[in-house]
Design a protein around this ligand. Structure first.
Ligand SMILES: Cc1cc2nc3c(=O)[nH]c(=O)nc-3n(C[C@H](O)[C@H](O)[C@H](O)COP(=O)(O)O)c2cc1C
Length: 198
């Protein structure tokens, strides 16, 4: 049986981004847990701010179609979001909005990009709440806006500026254990939904 494929990305393309670090740790751990992680960066999917006139005139950009395909081909998705003014950053919301408008290239993936995979949310910020409010907004966008199945468990990392080593690992083993718990559930539920496990 093939391994469970989990797409992983962050809502920031900033050099040294804490949420990109969290996404990279998640990808590493997913591999150790026996899944097949696919770590992408939204930097490789450059998109203009969504504008319905632009869509009507030029159609959905190729990058949105490609992102849609990545989502559609995944059994599970782990998104690590930063928090901007108590919300999901525009980069991430815009990417999700465009992907939701994409039709999908022929052969670009079997199922609906949001209704197929199981989603898990991670968040991190230098604040004490660890991006909790952005995580709740992302949950609303995915579950209420796009009918996605989003796990109740989520991985939040407060005090991001102190949480990671220069090598990009957690300083505190307990953070890693918490993330692992969420990822284990994500792998199990994604495999179940994809029919990879009875
Ligand atoms: C416009 C803006 C708004 C922000 N608002 C919040 C906020 O509401 N809560 C919070 O914890 N951090 C906030 N921050 C700080 C970010 O959490 C911090 O810049 C973080 O490093 C961004 O994530 P990244 O490291 O993945 O790029 C804000 C940053 C910016 C630029």
């Amino acid at each position: 049986m093939r391994p469970t494929k989990i797409l992983t990305f962050s809502g920031s393309i900033r050099t040294g981004s804490y949420s990109a670090t969290l996404a990279a740790i998640a990808a590493k751990e997913l591999a150790l847990l026996g899944a097949e992680p696919v770590l992408i960066s939204l930097e490789d999917y450059p998109l203009p701010i969504y504008d319905a006139d632009l869509e009507a005139e030029e159609g959905v950009p190729q990058a949105a179609e490609q992102l849609r395909s990545q989502l559609a081909l995944a059994d599970g998705v782990f998104i690590a979001t930063p928090e901007y003014n108590a919300a999901v950053p525009p980069l991430l919301k815009n990417a999700i909005d465009w992907a939701s408008r994409a039709k999908g290239a022929p052969g670009g993936g079997g199922h609906d990009p949001f209704k197929g995979p199981v989603f898990a949310i991670g968040s991190t910020s230098p604040g004490a709440l660890g991006g909790y409010r952005a995580a709740m907004m992302l949950r609303q966008v995915l579950a209420l806006g796009l009918s996605a199945l989003v796990l109740a468990e989520q991985a939040m990392v407060p005090a991001a500026h102190q949480a990671f080593t220069d090598a990009g690992d957690f300083k505190d083993e307990r953070q890693l254990e918490r993330l692992r718990g969420t990822l284990r559930t994500l792998i199990d539920q994604s495999a179940l939904r994809a029919g990879l496990r009875a």
